[in-house]
Design a protein around this ligand. Sequence first.
Ligand SMILES: [Zn+2]
Length: 298
Amino acid sequence: MQEITYRGRFAPSPTGALHFGSLIAAVGSFLDARSRGGEWLVRMEDLDPPREVPGAADDILRTLEAFGLHWDADVIYQSQRADVYQQILDRLEQAQLVYPCGCSRKDIRAHTADGKNTIYPGTCRNGLPEDRQIRSVRLRVPELDIRFVDRLHGMIEEWLPEQSGDFILRRADGLFAYQLAVVVDDAAQGITDIVRGADLLDSTCRQIFLQQSLGYALPRYLHLPIAVNEKGEKLSKQTHARAIDTKQAPKTLAAALRFLGQQLPDDLESSRLDDVWDWAIQSWDSDRIPIARMIKER
Ligand SMILES: [Zn+2]
């Protein structure tokens, strides 16, 4: 059996159509995989039904296909994996790594001087207070420093008690938290390399702690700059990012490549889509990606 040395993924949330910001993550993860002869998978992070738009998941998949972003195995949907997440949560519970919490956001804000910092103060850590009912389930984080080397940003370090605190794995509305699902699914899919937006850089240490707690292999990380608008806001449905136009695929792909610091030949965007991809896979150089957390979309 051939050993998998590289398996990457793109994991969009179906909260709207694919826009330029999400295309950057798709293109960056795809090229990083393909340029190394690796596999590339797509996972739909549809964990949060109230935020989702009906039809958006299919629309995203059709757009990826129209852009020539072809994936290697069946798409997995987080909405269909609640049983798996519950099993993992049970495992953490048996290991006494999680505990029930009865605090609302308001309770937590009341504990902090500025009313803003939402690091959990540990109220329910040693047992639920008598007047409280179980709302969420939290992971107990120890006094531990987590470090990892991001391929673009270098050494990232976090002192868990202060920068993360005991974080939620199952929310008060009964839905599983992103932090749990992403870690469980990356392990289940055998992902070796995570290439995604730098807005997730600050979640990575807690995800690594969860990977360690569950005995999972640790993937490599590369956090791409995210596209922001004139006001410095991440492109998203909330900031009215435009859906990308599949009829302009070669031009839009060339813009994504430029955003990622790749040096394109002059006539590339007037080429056929297949030729743009051939060039991009051959020439992909992750060392050219700008070392920034965010860049304004021009
Ligand atoms: Zn609590």
